[in-house]
Design a protein around this ligand. Structure first.
Ligand code: COA
Length: 271
Protein backbone atom coordinates (compact mmCIF):
# COMPACT_ATOMS: atom_id res chain seq x y z
CA UNK A 1 0.00 0.00 0.00
CA UNK A 2 1.26 3.53 -0.72
CA UNK A 3 0.80 6.38 1.70
CA UNK A 4 0.94 10.14 1.17
CA UNK A 5 1.01 11.56 4.68
CA UNK A 6 3.29 8.99 6.29
CA UNK A 7 6.51 7.23 5.36
CA UNK A 8 7.27 3.61 6.28
CA UNK A 9 10.81 2.23 6.47
CA UNK A 10 11.80 -1.29 7.51
CA UNK A 11 15.26 -2.31 8.64
CA UNK A 12 16.44 -5.32 10.66
CA UNK A 13 13.09 -5.93 12.32
CA UNK A 14 12.56 -2.27 13.19
CA UNK A 15 9.84 -0.41 11.32
CA UNK A 16 9.87 3.36 11.47
CA UNK A 17 6.68 5.23 10.61
CA UNK A 18 7.33 8.92 9.99
CA UNK A 19 4.46 11.40 10.13
CA UNK A 20 5.20 13.19 6.91
CA UNK A 21 3.56 16.57 6.44
CA UNK A 22 6.53 18.70 7.48
CA UNK A 23 5.13 21.77 5.72
CA UNK A 24 2.19 21.57 8.17
CA UNK A 25 4.37 20.49 11.10
CA UNK A 26 2.93 16.95 10.70
CA UNK A 27 -0.50 18.05 11.94
CA UNK A 28 -2.97 15.16 11.78
CA UNK A 29 -5.37 15.55 8.86
CA UNK A 30 -8.24 13.10 8.24
CA UNK A 31 -6.08 11.46 5.57
CA UNK A 32 -3.25 10.96 8.06
CA UNK A 33 -5.72 9.35 10.48
CA UNK A 34 -6.92 6.99 7.75
CA UNK A 35 -3.37 6.12 6.73
CA UNK A 36 -2.18 5.58 10.32
CA UNK A 37 -5.14 3.33 10.95
CA UNK A 38 -4.35 1.31 7.80
CA UNK A 39 -0.61 1.06 8.42
CA UNK A 40 -1.08 -0.19 11.99
CA UNK A 41 -3.35 -2.94 10.70
CA UNK A 42 -0.75 -3.83 8.07
CA UNK A 43 2.21 -3.82 10.49
CA UNK A 44 0.40 -5.77 13.18
CA UNK A 45 0.60 -8.84 10.94
CA UNK A 46 3.93 -8.00 9.33
CA UNK A 47 6.59 -10.54 10.37
CA UNK A 48 9.35 -8.11 9.41
CA UNK A 49 8.14 -5.69 12.10
CA UNK A 50 9.38 -6.68 15.56
CA UNK A 51 9.47 -3.13 16.97
CA UNK A 52 7.60 -0.03 15.80
CA UNK A 53 9.06 3.48 16.00
CA UNK A 54 6.97 6.58 15.36
CA UNK A 55 8.59 9.92 14.61
CA UNK A 56 8.02 13.10 12.61
CA UNK A 57 9.55 14.58 9.46
CA UNK A 58 11.45 17.85 9.61
CA UNK A 59 11.47 19.93 12.79
CA UNK A 60 8.15 18.66 14.18
CA UNK A 61 6.99 15.46 15.77
CA UNK A 62 3.34 16.43 15.35
CA UNK A 63 1.49 19.74 15.80
CA UNK A 64 -1.63 17.89 16.99
CA UNK A 65 -4.89 17.81 15.10
CA UNK A 66 -4.98 19.75 11.84
CA UNK A 67 -6.95 22.82 12.93
CA UNK A 68 -8.16 23.36 9.35
CA UNK A 69 -8.76 19.92 7.95
CA UNK A 70 -9.78 18.11 11.12
CA UNK A 71 -11.75 20.83 12.95
CA UNK A 72 -12.69 23.72 10.67
CA UNK A 73 -13.58 21.67 7.57
CA UNK A 74 -16.09 19.67 9.65
CA UNK A 75 -17.71 22.52 11.55
CA UNK A 76 -21.02 22.09 9.68
CA UNK A 77 -20.69 18.34 9.10
CA UNK A 78 -21.38 16.67 12.45
CA UNK A 79 -21.67 13.15 11.04
CA UNK A 80 -18.37 13.33 9.20
CA UNK A 81 -16.81 14.90 12.28
CA UNK A 82 -18.07 12.00 14.36
CA UNK A 83 -16.64 9.47 11.93
CA UNK A 84 -13.19 11.03 11.73
CA UNK A 85 -13.08 11.64 15.50
CA UNK A 86 -13.73 7.96 16.07
CA UNK A 87 -10.99 6.94 13.64
CA UNK A 88 -8.57 9.44 15.17
CA UNK A 89 -9.08 8.04 18.65
CA UNK A 90 -9.20 4.42 17.53
CA UNK A 91 -5.76 4.24 15.93
CA UNK A 92 -4.08 5.85 18.93
CA UNK A 93 -6.35 4.84 21.82
CA UNK A 94 -6.68 1.20 20.73
CA UNK A 95 -4.58 0.05 17.76
CA UNK A 96 -1.36 1.79 18.79
CA UNK A 97 -1.87 1.50 22.55
CA UNK A 98 -2.44 -2.25 22.27
CA UNK A 99 -0.15 -2.89 19.29
CA UNK A 100 1.12 -6.48 19.74
CA UNK A 101 4.79 -5.49 19.50
CA UNK A 102 6.80 -2.87 21.39
CA UNK A 103 6.33 0.74 20.24
CA UNK A 104 8.58 3.75 20.75
CA UNK A 105 7.79 7.42 20.10
CA UNK A 106 10.86 9.37 18.98
CA UNK A 107 9.78 12.95 19.69
CA UNK A 108 12.06 14.95 17.46
CA UNK A 109 10.45 18.41 17.68
CA UNK A 110 7.14 20.30 18.13
CA UNK A 111 4.59 18.14 19.97
CA UNK A 112 1.21 19.68 20.69
CA UNK A 113 -2.29 18.76 21.81
CA UNK A 114 -3.50 15.59 20.11
CA UNK A 115 0.10 14.44 19.62
CA UNK A 116 0.27 13.73 23.37
CA UNK A 117 -2.14 10.83 22.79
CA UNK A 118 0.27 9.34 20.25
CA UNK A 119 3.20 9.68 22.67
CA UNK A 120 1.17 8.19 25.54
CA UNK A 121 -0.11 5.32 23.42
CA UNK A 122 3.46 4.19 22.66
CA UNK A 123 5.08 1.91 25.25
CA UNK A 124 8.24 4.00 25.45
CA UNK A 125 9.12 7.53 24.38
CA UNK A 126 12.42 9.29 23.90
CA UNK A 127 12.54 13.03 23.17
CA UNK A 128 15.05 15.40 21.68
CA UNK A 129 16.11 17.77 24.46
CA UNK A 130 15.22 20.60 22.08
CA UNK A 131 11.67 19.30 21.35
CA UNK A 132 8.89 21.64 22.47
CA UNK A 133 5.72 20.20 23.99
CA UNK A 134 2.48 21.96 24.85
CA UNK A 135 -1.16 21.32 25.66
CA UNK A 136 -2.14 24.29 23.53
CA UNK A 137 -5.89 23.66 23.53
CA UNK A 138 -6.60 26.20 26.28
CA UNK A 139 -4.88 28.79 24.06
CA UNK A 140 -7.48 28.35 21.35
CA UNK A 141 -10.36 28.28 23.77
CA UNK A 142 -11.07 24.62 24.45
CA UNK A 143 -9.50 21.90 26.62
CA UNK A 144 -7.43 18.81 25.75
CA UNK A 145 -10.17 16.74 24.11
CA UNK A 146 -10.41 13.28 22.62
CA UNK A 147 -8.14 11.09 24.71
CA UNK A 148 -5.55 13.78 25.48
CA UNK A 149 -6.72 14.51 29.03
CA UNK A 150 -6.97 10.78 29.69
CA UNK A 151 -3.44 10.27 28.32
CA UNK A 152 -1.89 12.93 30.56
CA UNK A 153 -3.91 11.75 33.56
CA UNK A 154 -2.41 8.30 33.02
CA UNK A 155 1.17 9.48 32.72
CA UNK A 156 1.62 12.63 34.80
CA UNK A 157 1.25 13.60 38.43
CA UNK A 158 -1.92 15.58 39.12
CA UNK A 159 -0.08 18.87 39.73
CA UNK A 160 1.89 18.63 36.48
CA UNK A 161 -1.11 17.50 34.42
CA UNK A 162 -3.35 20.32 35.65
CA UNK A 163 -0.55 22.88 35.36
CA UNK A 164 -0.02 22.19 31.67
CA UNK A 165 -3.73 21.62 30.89
CA UNK A 166 -4.70 24.97 32.45
CA UNK A 167 -1.76 27.18 31.41
CA UNK A 168 -0.96 25.76 27.97
CA UNK A 169 2.70 26.56 28.79
CA UNK A 170 5.33 24.98 26.59
CA UNK A 171 8.12 22.77 27.95
CA UNK A 172 11.16 21.09 26.43
CA UNK A 173 12.28 17.47 26.11
CA UNK A 174 14.27 17.57 29.35
CA UNK A 175 11.20 18.70 31.27
CA UNK A 176 9.09 16.06 29.48
CA UNK A 177 11.48 13.44 30.90
CA UNK A 178 11.37 14.99 34.40
CA UNK A 179 7.58 14.77 34.52
CA UNK A 180 7.44 11.25 33.04
CA UNK A 181 5.86 12.09 29.70
CA UNK A 182 8.87 10.48 28.01
CA UNK A 183 11.46 8.03 29.35
CA UNK A 184 14.42 10.30 28.73
CA UNK A 185 15.77 13.00 26.44
CA UNK A 186 18.92 13.20 24.35
CA UNK A 187 20.36 15.88 22.07
CA UNK A 188 18.37 15.96 18.83
CA UNK A 189 21.27 14.80 16.67
CA UNK A 190 21.53 11.59 18.72
CA UNK A 191 17.81 10.89 18.87
CA UNK A 192 17.32 8.38 16.06
CA UNK A 193 20.55 6.47 16.80
CA UNK A 194 19.47 6.24 20.43
CA UNK A 195 15.93 5.09 19.57
CA UNK A 196 17.14 2.52 17.07
CA UNK A 197 19.58 1.18 19.69
CA UNK A 198 16.69 0.82 22.13
CA UNK A 199 14.56 -0.81 19.42
CA UNK A 200 17.34 -3.32 18.65
CA UNK A 201 17.50 -4.27 22.33
CA UNK A 202 13.75 -5.02 22.27
CA UNK A 203 13.96 -6.83 18.92
CA UNK A 204 16.31 -9.36 20.55
CA UNK A 205 13.75 -10.42 23.19
CA UNK A 206 11.24 -13.19 22.67
CA UNK A 207 8.33 -11.55 20.75
CA UNK A 208 5.68 -13.69 22.47
CA UNK A 209 7.02 -12.66 25.89
CA UNK A 210 7.01 -8.98 24.87
CA UNK A 211 3.40 -9.22 23.67
CA UNK A 212 2.29 -10.93 26.89
CA UNK A 213 4.24 -8.45 29.05
CA UNK A 214 2.45 -5.53 27.39
CA UNK A 215 -0.98 -7.11 27.73
CA UNK A 216 -0.48 -8.05 31.37
CA UNK A 217 0.62 -4.49 32.16
CA UNK A 218 -1.78 -2.50 30.02
CA UNK A 219 -4.99 -4.45 30.57
CA UNK A 220 -4.14 -5.34 34.16
CA UNK A 221 -3.76 -1.67 35.11
CA UNK A 222 -7.46 -1.14 35.66
CA UNK A 223 -8.05 -4.49 37.45
CA UNK A 224 -8.25 -5.21 41.15
CA UNK A 225 -5.62 -7.51 42.75
CA UNK A 226 -7.69 -10.69 42.39
CA UNK A 227 -8.50 -10.12 38.73
CA UNK A 228 -4.92 -9.05 38.00
CA UNK A 229 -3.58 -12.26 39.54
CA UNK A 230 -6.03 -14.45 37.60
CA UNK A 231 -5.17 -12.52 34.41
CA UNK A 232 -1.41 -13.00 34.94
CA UNK A 233 -1.88 -16.75 35.56
CA UNK A 234 -3.96 -17.07 32.40
CA UNK A 235 -1.34 -15.21 30.38
CA UNK A 236 1.61 -17.23 31.66
CA UNK A 237 -0.25 -20.44 30.82
CA UNK A 238 -1.00 -19.07 27.35
CA UNK A 239 2.62 -17.95 26.90
CA UNK A 240 3.95 -21.36 27.97
CA UNK A 241 1.72 -23.06 25.40
CA UNK A 242 2.53 -20.62 22.60
CA UNK A 243 6.27 -20.83 23.31
CA UNK A 244 6.10 -24.62 23.71
CA UNK A 245 7.70 -24.29 27.12
CA UNK A 246 10.71 -22.32 25.90
CA UNK A 247 11.01 -19.98 28.88
CA UNK A 248 11.12 -22.90 31.30
CA UNK A 249 13.38 -25.13 29.20
CA UNK A 250 15.79 -22.54 27.87
CA UNK A 251 15.34 -19.44 30.10
CA UNK A 252 15.30 -21.33 33.40
CA UNK A 253 17.20 -24.37 32.04
CA UNK A 254 20.26 -22.38 30.92
CA UNK A 255 20.38 -20.65 34.32
CA UNK A 256 20.30 -24.01 36.08
CA UNK A 257 23.08 -25.18 33.74
CA UNK A 258 25.10 -22.10 34.80
CA UNK A 259 25.22 -20.87 31.19
CA UNK A 260 24.09 -17.31 31.99
CA UNK A 261 22.69 -15.06 34.72
CA UNK A 262 19.23 -13.63 33.88
CA UNK A 263 19.91 -10.67 36.19
CA UNK A 264 22.71 -9.66 33.86
CA UNK A 265 21.37 -10.49 30.40
CA UNK A 266 19.12 -12.69 28.25
CA UNK A 267 19.41 -16.42 27.51
CA UNK A 268 20.62 -17.55 24.08
CA UNK A 269 17.68 -18.91 22.12
CA UNK A 270 18.35 -22.38 20.71
CA UNK A 271 16.42 -24.08 17.95
N1 COA B 1 -3.16 22.51 12.10
C1 COA B 1 -3.12 22.98 10.84
N2 COA B 1 -2.04 23.60 10.32
C2 COA B 1 -0.97 23.71 11.10
C3 COA B 1 -0.94 23.22 12.42
C4 COA B 1 -2.11 22.59 12.91
N3 COA B 1 -2.17 22.05 14.13
N4 COA B 1 0.27 23.50 12.94
C5 COA B 1 0.98 24.11 11.99
N5 COA B 1 0.22 24.25 10.87
C6 COA B 1 0.59 24.88 9.60
C7 COA B 1 0.58 26.39 9.67
O1 COA B 1 -0.73 26.91 9.49
C8 COA B 1 1.50 26.74 8.54
O2 COA B 1 0.82 26.58 7.32
P1 COA B 1 1.06 27.63 6.10
O3 COA B 1 2.54 27.51 5.80
O4 COA B 1 0.20 27.11 5.01
O5 COA B 1 0.69 28.96 6.62
C9 COA B 1 2.54 25.64 8.61
O6 COA B 1 1.93 24.56 9.30
C10 COA B 1 3.79 26.01 9.36
O7 COA B 1 3.38 26.50 10.63
P2 COA B 1 4.09 27.76 11.33
O8 COA B 1 3.18 28.20 12.41
O9 COA B 1 4.47 28.77 10.33
O10 COA B 1 5.40 27.05 11.88
P3 COA B 1 6.30 27.40 13.14
O11 COA B 1 7.43 26.44 13.07
O12 COA B 1 6.59 28.85 13.19
O13 COA B 1 5.39 27.05 14.43
C11 COA B 1 3.94 25.65 15.77
C12 COA B 1 5.11 25.72 14.74
C13 COA B 1 3.66 24.17 15.95
C14 COA B 1 4.39 26.30 17.10
C15 COA B 1 2.69 26.42 15.25
O14 COA B 1 2.46 26.05 13.90
C16 COA B 1 1.44 26.13 16.05
O15 COA B 1 1.22 26.74 17.06
N6 COA B 1 0.60 25.19 15.55
C17 COA B 1 -0.61 24.81 16.25
C18 COA B 1 -0.28 23.83 17.35
C19 COA B 1 -1.52 23.42 18.13
O16 COA B 1 -2.09 24.18 18.86
N7 COA B 1 -1.89 22.15 17.98
C20 COA B 1 -2.94 21.55 18.76
C21 COA B 1 -3.99 21.00 17.90
S1 COA B 1 -4.95 19.82 18.83
Amino acid sequence: MTYETIKVERQDGITTVTLNRPEKRNAMSPQMHREMSAVLEELELDDETRVLVITGAGDAFCAGQDLDKYFHDHKDKPREMERIRKLSNEWRGAKLRLFPKPTIAAVNGWCFGGAFTTVAACDLAVAAEEAIFGLSEINFGVFPGGLVTKAVTDLLRTRDALYYILTGDQFDGRRAAEIGLVNYAVPRQQLMAEVHGLARKLAEKNPLSLKAAKEVYKLGKSMGWDEAFAWAIAKINELTLLQKGEWMEQGVGQFRGKQYKPGLGAYKKKG
